[in-house]
Write a protein of this length. Structure first.
Length: 400
């Protein structure tokens, strides 16, 4: 496998570098024609922060749950910020700005976000070793606020990625520079500040950059380790077990064709794991789909591989989202990025290089699809490069 060109690769670790480049020179917008045979979908809305400024990186990470949208802006006001919007269709309103009470310049608060019910988690991986801030919606509704609780641990880049498991009872966070991932259980009386994880998700032998990405559904968690096996990458499946201090993986998911940084992005929908590998095929990228066997998870290669033929446009798989019937893939190439979707065939997932729909703003977008989220009817796609790095989020009507 050819190693990736750093000038082409677009991932969350490189958000800050990409924004800096945008500040150095004005980037033009490129009109994006629909590709042959693929229906083009225009956005219902473009969202920006009410107090946004160039270089904020708004949209670096997005998560959509019901009619609530959470948007990370890791360079807003220096320390970073996270915004909450509510709405549907073409009408969305910013209702809250979340910040850290002890934020420091460059902490990248908002680099990762997650939501479960009335609780939002925000990762700040450069906040003095890293931190995860938890915000619980007040009884009067969301409003500008600082954290309800703060989670920390020893080492660096804690909070690089975050995910809720077990209906919000568990908070997972990755620290891939430590080759680690941790679990915190919600106390009976609610989240409180602590530096003691409930459990470690143990990195399997040979895993490197373990904790690159996280996804969870119920008590099943998946952890990405994108440089494993000479950067082929891997994703590991865990069952979250209450009261167990060290939890070991039950399955290793890999690509049959050497992948290419598989596990840099992850999504879980029911019995299906979706893993992006944007370094595959000389940085063009691929997405691997793994369906749990009837006998349960076990070491396996992909059930299906999704690719694309957009003239070698790179970074396919940078952001992924999934539902029972569709997979959404970001392709933020740095020039006229798009998001595409693949619809699950009646006979189950199969190899495909032809997406169903192409989601893109009419004037093009330099980095749309770095982060994507889907709630069953609506797709949210972040573009942290918009307007010299101020950033934007686009809202699309999408298929289930």
């Amino acid at each position: 496998m050819t190693r990736r060109s750093s000038s082409l690769r677009v991932n969350r670790a490189a958000v800050h570098a990409f924004v800096s480049i945008l500040l150095a020179a004005s980037c033009a917008s490129f009109a994006t024609p629909a590709h042959a045979g693929i229906t083009k979908v225009s956005p219902l809305a473009q969202l920006v922060a009410a107090d946004g400024a160039s270089g904020d990186g708004f949209g670096a990470y997005v998560v959509l749950s019901g009619n609530t949208l959470v948007v990370g802006s890791p360079y807003g006001a220096g320390a970073g910020a996270t915004y909450i919007f509510t709405g549907s269709g073409a009408t969305w309103t910013q209702i809250a700005k979340l910040t850290a009470s002890d934020g420091i310049a460059g902490s990248q608060f908002g680099f990762a976000v997650a939501i479960s019910g009335n609780t939002v988690a925000v990762g700040a991986p450069v906040q003095t070793g890293g931190a995860v801030y938890l915000f619980v919606e007040p009884a009067t509704g969301w409003a500008d606020m600082t954290e309800t609780a703060k989670l920390t641990y020893t080492g660096g880049d804690f909070g690089y990625c975050v995910a809720f498991g077990d209906a919000g009872k568990l908070l997972l966070t990755g620290a891939f520079f430590q080759n680690a991932a941790y679990v915190f259980a919600k106390p009976a009386k609610g989240w409180t500040t602590t530096s003691s994880p409930t459990a470690n998700l143990v990195a399997p032998a040979g895993a490197t950059a373990f904790g690159t990405a996280l996804a969870a559904s119920g008590i099943t968690a998946v952890v990405g380790a994108h440089t494993t096996n000479n950067a082929s990458g891997a994703a590991y499946v865990f069952v979250l077990q209450p009261g167990v201090a060290n939890i070991y993986s039950i399955a290793t998911l890999t690509a049959s064709d050497s992948g290419g940084f598989l596990g840099e992005s992850l999504a879980v929908a029911g019995n299906t794991v979706v893993a992006g590998a944007q370094g595959h095929d000389n940085d063009v990228g691929a997405v691997y789909v793994f369906v749990e066997p009837a006998t349960g998870w076990a070491d396996m290669t992909q059930t299906a591989e999704l690719t694309i033929n957009f003239g070698g446009q790179p970074a396919f798989g940078a952001g992924v989202a999934a539902s029972a019937g569709a997979i959404f893939v970001g392709l933020p190439s740095g020039r006229a990025g798009v998001v595409v979707d693949y619809v699950k065939p009646a006979t189950g997932w199969a190899n495909s290089s032809t997406p169903n729909l192409e989601f893109v703003p009419s004037l093009g977008s330099d980095a749309i699809g770095q982060s994507v989220s889907f709630n069953g009817t609506t797709l949210a796609a972040g573009d942290f490069s918009f307007n010299q790095g101020q950033g934007a989020v686009y809202i699309f009507r999408a298929l289930k």
